[in-house]
Design a protein around this ligand. Structure first.
Ligand SMILES: NC(=O)c1ccc[n+]([C@@H]2O[C@H](COP(=O)([O-])OP(=O)(O)OC[C@H]3O[C@@H](n4cnc5c(N)ncnc54)[C@H](OP(=O)(O)O)[C@@H]3O)[C@@H](O)[C@H]2O)c1
Length: 298
């Protein structure tokens, strides 16, 4: 009988790449996500497209029946969006915990979870703590598991393209903190490689070490513009996070996380192969540097 795979968060940047990666495998795929519009693109790629809110256990009833492997690429978005109010705790921890309970009830044999790279300087953030609380439960669950830990995913840097279009982007702190962000497809490849078995934890970074200044600068370069970066003191983000806490907890937690990753290094083994400049080019519908090179050499 064909194996049945669940991809939770399949409409997101990593989840969608996992779904694409699974197309060449002989298995039956079920997806789970929340927004019907964003789930439309999943229709032709899965046997069943289930919609629901992971924070509500009723939404998950029966979801894992006859499922062998669960991929969870499901988490609260890091996009700065005032309408998103659910806390990281309620989605990344409680939501994934609900999913794990459903997987255990249904007798699934494996759980592959996309968390985040750890770093001493940002482990205090609500974002990381929510992920790690779930990791602790997954480890104690008795299920076979792999935890994938990416650095920043390119999709989270897309905002720089919009800012570059408008001609100016903020630079939080001195812009010297380094990271090797990674393409969602490279993270997804690691997920799929670990589908049946694998190490308990895998750290995944992209091929290039870049400073935050360089990450912003590359977006301007993709548009053929000279970077115009306005320095914003990091303490303003810390202050904003404290002031917003009672009114908009999610935004407060976002500011806390953005400040932490903007001012501290986030590094992981260079597993990915795709570059950030090529990703920015693809977002703009432009040929990548590699395609340009091929074109020049006929
Ligand atoms: N972005 C980064 O830089 C980064 C870095 C390291 C680790 N991570 C982690 O990697 C994982 C995947 O990240 P990503 O960038 O691919 O995320 P993403 O693009 O924001 O996608 C998140 C997915 O989760 C779903 N989702 C969110 N809230 C939900 C809810 N309440 N009920 C049901 N589904 C819900 C979304 O569904 P809808 O489309 O329907 O909203 C979407 O499919 C997350 O755990 C994230 O925290 C991200």
């Amino acid at each position: 009988m064909e194996k049945r795979i669940l991809v939770a968060g399949a409409s997101g940047s990593v989840g969608f790449e996992v779904l694409k990666g699974l197309q060449s495998h002989s298995c039956e795929i079920v997806t789970f996500s929340r927004d019907p519009k964003r789930a439309k693109k999943l229709q032709d790629m899965a046997k069943e497209v289930r919609l629901g809110d992971v924070r509500k256990p009723k939404s998950l009833e029966g979801l894992c029946d006859n499922i062998d492997v669960v991929f969870s690429c499901l988490g609260a978005s890091v996009e700065l969006n005032l309408r998103q109010r659910a806390s990281f705790y309620s989605v990344d921890y409680e939501g994934n915990r609900n999913l794990l309970r459903e997987a255990l009830r249904a007798g699934c044999s494996r759980f592959v979870y996309v968390s985040a790279t750890l770093g001493e300087s940002y482990n205090h953030t609500a974002y990381i703590q929510a992920h790690e609380q779930f990791v602790t439960e997954l480890k104690a669950s008795g299920l076979s598991y792999t935890i994938i830990r990416p650095t920043g995913i390119f999709s989270a840097l897309e905002a720089f393209v919009d800012m570059a279009r408008r001609g100016v982007a903020p630079l939080i702190g001195d812009g010297k903190a380094q990271s090797n962000p990674v393409h969602p497809a490279d993270v997804a490849q690691v997920c799929v490689d670990n589908m049946w078995e694998g190490a308990e934890e895998v750290n995944v970074g992209g091929p290039e070490m870049l400073t935050r200044r360089e990450m912003a600068g590359l977006a301007f370069q993709a548009l053929g513009k000279k970077p115009r970066l306005i320095p914003v003191p990091a303490f303003l983000f810390r202050l904003g996070s404290v002031l917003l806490r009672p009114f908009h907890p999610r935004l407060s937690q976002m500011l806390q996380f953005v400040e932490a990753v903007s001012t501290h290094d986030a590094l992981a083994p260079q597993i990915g192969t795709r570059t950030l400049s090529d990703y920015y080019a693809s977002q703009l519908g432009l040929p990548s540097a590699t395609q340009e090179e091929e074109r020049r050499h006929g």
